[in-house]
Design a binder for this molecule. Sequence first.
Ligand code: COA
Length: 463
Amino acid sequence: MEKHSLDSFFKPKSIAVVGASRDSRKIGHAALKNILISDYKCDLYPINPHEKEILGIPCYPRLTDVPKPIDLVLICVPAKIVPQIMRDCVEKKVKHVIIISSGFSEAGNKELEEEIKEMIKDTKIRVLGPNTMGYKNASDGLDASFVFGVPRKGNLSLISQSGALGVGMIYLANNEFVGVSKVIGVGNKLDIDDDDLIEYFSRDPDTKVIGLYIEAVKDGRRFMNSIKACKKPVLVVKAGRSRAGARATASHTGSMAGSDRIYSAAIKQAGGIRCRDIVELFDIARALAGQPPMRGNRVGIVTNGGGLGILLADACEGNGLTVPKLSRETYEKIDKILPDLVKPNNPVDLVADAGFYRYEACTKILLEDKNIDGVIVASVHAGYARPREFTAAILKMVYEQKLHETHQKPILATWVGGREYEDLVYDLKSAGVPIYPSSWRTARAMWGLHMEGQRLKREGLIE
Ligand code: COA
């Protein structure tokens, strides 16, 4: 039987919360309240056998008492009552269910999960969870979760096997000025799995980049095929690399971490981008959201500090990128800009007193060079440095890049400095400029843009 489309899962016309409660300490209260304060237009039904109304909304004793059809049900009652509620869901022919309750396979209670699987086998119902936070859909303004946190609206969709990390990622994304379309906790993946969501987000017009935190996948082949078929970049953080991590995975969501090397190879082969942790995921997501992909792997580096230039070159080459020697033409152009005491190289050392003009002119020369596919602009807050001029030059170039589409090459920035620098970096971040406080993180973000360029080339979408 064909299952319901996830369209009505993320944009339901009607929602019921089973286990809705007047008690503000309970999850069933928070879930109902989150939907209410979303200001999302839909019919809303609290379900509780003992109450007449909750938060001003009329209550029904059972799902089957609701007179109208229901697109989405949130279950917030203890695990042992869940099968009984699921039977009502089947009888009521609801389209989708989110089982927030824990106490299933992650607690060794596999039979309960199997019972629910069996119940929905020959129905069109889709189930998220159990043991999930639900989801937040910032694009459509719906919060179908019980957790706090309002994501900044944008185009990154996040799938997390850990509810707590899913919430943490919302705050981190806000901090990093990364806009989110949807964030969803998949929990124990009884039915709706990462591959279903990758397929959905691949078609979702509000999603541009997909990010995943996974501990294990149920069907490796389907998972890889969904990444391969995806029309958007897929960033994957796969946890449980170590023996201790794998042990923790088993008790967290009841799953097996599997061989890490196989995961790495398979994600790469499918065209996904494997990130070491969630900070790296956001670093790359920020670059993908604000910058064009890298068409090759050749990086130009501009810096006011020779040491930082070397660190950046090492980090780039350590990630499969190259930092080529300058062409004769570029050398001559840059030679006219630099003070007499230095000769052009790549990294281009602008020397310690570099100001707006030197930064802008040299970066532009590198961007115009056909042997360079992306540029990193770096600044160390040394004695003579002019941080304000460094950030102003980057802002100007990134605005020009967007305004005139002059060159389809990425610009990333790096800084090393203290408090005085932070406000300026904040301004850049809020304007969508990918700037990082470490040479390694910058190189990894550039590598992510290179991987995306490779994917688009394979798809025939860029030359
Ligand atoms: N239909 C509807 N409501 C029912 C019901 C039924 N058949 N049976 C009981 N209820 C009501 C209860 O009366 C209660 O409402 P009340 O406060 O008005 O009395 C409400 O449902 C909740 O039931 P309660 O027994 O109080 O459970 P709880 O709120 O303490 O805990 C869970 C329920 C689901 C939150 C809890 O079992 C749980 O799993 N917590 C962990 C959730 C989690 O962390 N998920 C993963 C996140 S990543």
